[in-house]
Design a protein around this ligand. Sequence first.
Ligand SMILES: Cc1cc2nc3c(=O)[nH]c(=O)nc-3n(C[C@H](O)[C@H](O)[C@H](O)COP(=O)(O)OP(=O)(O)OC[C@H]3O[C@@H](n4cnc5c(N)ncnc54)[C@H](O)[C@@H]3O)c2cc1C
Length: 457
Amino acid sequence: MPNIDRYDVIVIGAGAAGLLAASCSAERGRKTLLIEKNRKAGVKILISGGTRCNVTHDCDAAGIIAAFGSAGTFLHSALAAFGPHDLLDMLHAEGIPTKIEPGGKVFPQSDRAADVLDALRRCLHRSGAQLSLAEPVKSISRNPPLPLGEGRGEGELPGEIDAVNERRAATAFKVETSRRALHCDKLIVTTGGKSYPGCGTTGDGYRWMADIGHTIHRPRPALVPLTSDEPWIRDLAGVTIADVGVRVINVASAASLPLPQNRPHRPSTLARGVLIERRGSLLFTHFGLSGPAALDVSRAVTAAASPRDILLNIDFLPGIGKAQVERQLCATAATDGKRLIATIIAERLPRRLADALLRLAGIPLERRAAELSATERAKLAEQLKSCALRITGTRGFDKAEVTAGGVALDEVDSRTMQSKRVPGLYLAGEILDLDGFIGGYNFQAAFSTGYLAGQSV
Ligand SMILES: Cc1cc2nc3c(=O)[nH]c(=O)nc-3n(C[C@H](O)[C@H](O)[C@H](O)COP(=O)(O)OP(=O)(O)OC[C@H]3O[C@@H](n4cnc5c(N)ncnc54)[C@H](O)[C@@H]3O)c2cc1C
């Protein structure tokens, strides 16, 4: 009987991590099957970066590690095995030139995510790995070791039993799909997280890993737009600011700090409880805030027990200090005293935002620069430099680019990606408790950990 359902290595999930893992494994001579529930591989690659695919970041391994916070050190070996330059070398060798955009994001020169996916598919094909599409995996389990000939039932022929046992005795895992039962010696799980579930990422791997004995840190949305019920935010829908500083403040830990009232003004809370701080562009929307700065801090928002425990603080003029802002307002009063203060602010920020900040500071829009009192100046500087706003939550997994949380990193050997709980089981990509900032870091982590898993099986 042919061993059609037995593989050296099965990889579940043909995303960034799975494609690399399967190619690597097969290149090393392992009989490898990559199984994907979708009708095509790499669906997230295709939609990533606005269909342009920000493949990695223009930095060395240390730069990638830094983008993952304290969890980043887990990536040392994976990045040593396959770092940003290795990824680019691979793409270039496949005829996919890349470009670096301001800020360090790396994209294919063509701006076509499909080119990146085609390159990965070509590598997979050359490696000899088999790819099975539209085949959801239903469950995974460990095969109990079964010596040849053992377990024969009454009336069963020894030859039949031996043929079954021959196929499964030496294998460690059974993988049941919508169509069949498969057996393998080594299993690589690259099923991703729970974000954008329409892409096939419905958190299946978390369930299997929990059942098999792994700790799953609460999966939660990350790189996700923030929601707010502050009316002035909704009024600014469509306004973008190229460079702001955004902080998430833990007001629960700073007991003396009140949650913001619907203003016009409140004291700064920056001194204590800053959970995360990022700088980048910000977009006001009809539901709240989006853009890289908001997405980057969202992991701290979803980590909070309740949105009421946190406060967002926005610095609209991150290049200069608050005292300097006040001094500049003073100087403008002397030189341009007759001009509307709103017009002066609008030289630096969108007019609608300038008006909103004046209202929040309790300053009439018709106030002229020379008429601004010292108190008003201080209130305006406060709004410009540390505008506090209440967040009601996020847009959830449906709109989250990545999932924070996942398989506990201390249960996975970072030198091989092998589970410390289950020998022969390997994990790579977003299923791990790793989430990085916007900028190509998440793909790099998926490619690197996938590669290392494929090298280790
Ligand atoms: C809209 C969007 C844009 C993004 N843009 C970028 C970007 O530009 N740059 C960047 O670095 N990151 C980006 N990301 C994040 C990036 O896509 C992920 O970090 C990365 O895809 C994770 O790779 P992965 O291989 O671990 O998981 P995934 O790419 O999510 O792949 C997991 C695969 O497993 C399959 N699967 C799940 N369960 C099963 C099952 N039971 N049986 C069989 N198959 C299964 C899924 O269908 C999926 O194909 C973006 C994400 C989104 C949603």
